[in-house]
Structure formats: structure tokens, C-alpha cells
Design a protein around this ligand. Structure first.
Ligand code: C5P
Length: 240
């Protein structure tokens, strides 16, 4: 099993590359990877992604692509060319979109001798609840929607899913692929508040449910002393 710190992905949800550089310098040695999402990617762009990757830092590019299959597949190839360790697309974009992405990324990585990034499908956002689904015309129970999308993701050959920690156990029980990765945001250590996340768990609970990676943002980046927040989280996970 990987070390506890390797499971922690810290979300760099900040406005500028400089703020992100400071966070990386402060806690880079204590966590497994960092995540750049839509805010920082829009502000600092691909050049900042290249800079971080160039420092040998594992980077999860949280772009959550959802568009027509051709557009998502081609954008994903460009993400692979940036050298990131992991990125994601929305499973609700459908089977063809996911299959074409996997095929195109595989093909280009083989041809250009690039390391193939892990491709992860987003199921239902952890900020969503039953009412959010109802609003957009999905009457299915949230758990069943997540499971349905996780199965489709696995069938299309992706490496894993992003799901709330509350769904990890059901996904593990229903997906045969042993190395199917489960990445869980919505993590709230005992010392943190929930913010806008609705389906949350503590880091320890999420790991014991079988999550491979925990995405943690505000409980770390919103703290004055980020290093001690990370250490408290690691301690929480490791304490019997
Ligand atoms: O600050 P917090 O810990 O809530 O940050 C969670 C991070 O995970 C955010 O960057 C958010 O965009 C991301 N995320 C999420 N739910 C998903 C996928 C990604 O919260 N389903």
C-alpha cells in the first residue's frame, strides 16, 4: 500500500501562480500531489502547469472536460502533452466521449513517447445533492446515478472515478477492475467546516472506505499554517 502522504492531493484553488508557488514550497514535501483546477488554470494557464510538472511534482489537472467527443479527445491529448499525472472528464458526457478520449490519448502517448496520464471520470459532484439532480431533470437516486456513471467509466477504459467518499464502498463492491482508482473530494478533517460541500467525510473514514486519493482544498489552503494542517490530517488518518 502507498504511504499515507501519497494519498493526499492538495487543491491549489488560488488566484495566482505566486500563491500556488508559495503553497507548493510550504507543503510540497508532505503531500503526494497537487491539483490545478479551473480557477488557477484559467488565471495562470498551461505555462504554469508546465512549470510545476517541470519540478517533478505530480499534478492532477482538474479540467472536468465535457463537450462533443472529438473536442474532448483532442483537448485531452493536449493535456497529456503537458505531462500531467492525472486529469478528468465528466462521465455524464457519455460513452463515446470517454472511449474516444482514452483511445486518442493512448495513441498519441505511444507515438510521442509520453507518459500516459491517468484519466478519471467525474461522477456526481460532491457539492450536489438530490435537489441539484432534480433541478437538471435527473430523478434517479444520487447513489444509483454515481454507480451507473462509475460502471460506464470503467467500461470505457478510464483509470478511475472522482466520487464522494460516501459512494466509495458501493463503487468498490460493484466494479470488478481491481486497480480502478477512486479519487474523493469532499474531505473534511475534524477541525474543518463543510463550506459548500454537501457529501463529506473525514480523511480517515474516506481511506478506510477504500479511497485511493483524497483531494483536499480549503481545509489546508484556507489555514494560516498549512503545514500543520497537512500534518494534522496525516495524523488523523494514521491514528488507530
Ligand atoms: O476546498 P475543498 O476541499 O472543498 O476542495 C475540493 C476540490 O475538489 C475543489 O478544487 C473542487 O473543484 C474539487 N472537486 C470537487 N468535487 C468533485 C470534483 C472535484 O469538490 N466531484
Amino acid at each position: 500500500m502507498s504511504k499515507t502522504k501519497d494519498k493526499i492531493i492538495v487543491a491549489l484553488d488560488v488566484e495566482t501562480a505566486d500563491e500556488a508557488r508559495e503553497i507548493i514550497a510550504e507543503i510540497g514535501g508532505e503531500v503526494g500531489a497537487f491539483k490545478i483546477g479551473l480557477q488557477l488554470f484559467t488565471a495562470a494557464g498551461a505555462s504554469f502547469v508546465r512549470e510545476v510538472v517541470g519540478k517533478n511534482i505530480k499534478l492532477f489537472l482538474d479540467v472536468k472536460f465535457h463537450d462533443i467527443p472529438n473536442t474532448v479527445a483532442k483537448a485531452s491529448v493536449e493535456v497529456a502533452r503537458l505531462g500531467v499525472w492525472m486529469f478528468n472528464i465528466h462521465a455524464v458526457g457519455g460513452g463515446e466521449m470517454m472511449r474516444r478520449t482514452v483511445e486518442n490519448v493512448r495513441e498519441v502517448c505511444a507515438r510521442e513517447n509520453l507518459e500516459q496520464p491517468k484519466i478519471i471520470g467525474v461522477t456526481v459532484l460532491t457539492s450536489a445533492d438530490q435537489e441539484t439532480l432534480r433541478e437538471v431533470g435527473i430523478s434517479r437516486e444520487i447513489d444509483s446515478q454515481v454507480l451507473n456513471l462509475a460502471k460506464l467509466t470503467a467500461k470505457c477504459g478510464l483509470d478511475g472515478v472522482v466520487a464522494s467518499p460516501l459512494e466509495v464502498d458501493a463503487i468498490r463492491r460493484n466494479i470488478e477492475k481491481k486497480d480502478f482508482l477512486i479519487v474523493t473530494p469532499g474531505i473534511r478533517p475534524s477541525f474543518a467546516t463543510n463550506d459548500d460541500q454537501k457529501r463529506v467525510m473525514t480523511p480517515k473514514e474516506a481511506v478506510s472506505q477504500g479511497a485511493d486519493y483524497l483531494v483536499i482544498g480549503r481545509p489546508v489552503t484556507g489555514q494560516k499554517d498549512k503545514l500543520s494542517a497537512v500534518r494534522k490530517i496525516l495524523e488523523e488518518i494514521e491514528t488507530e
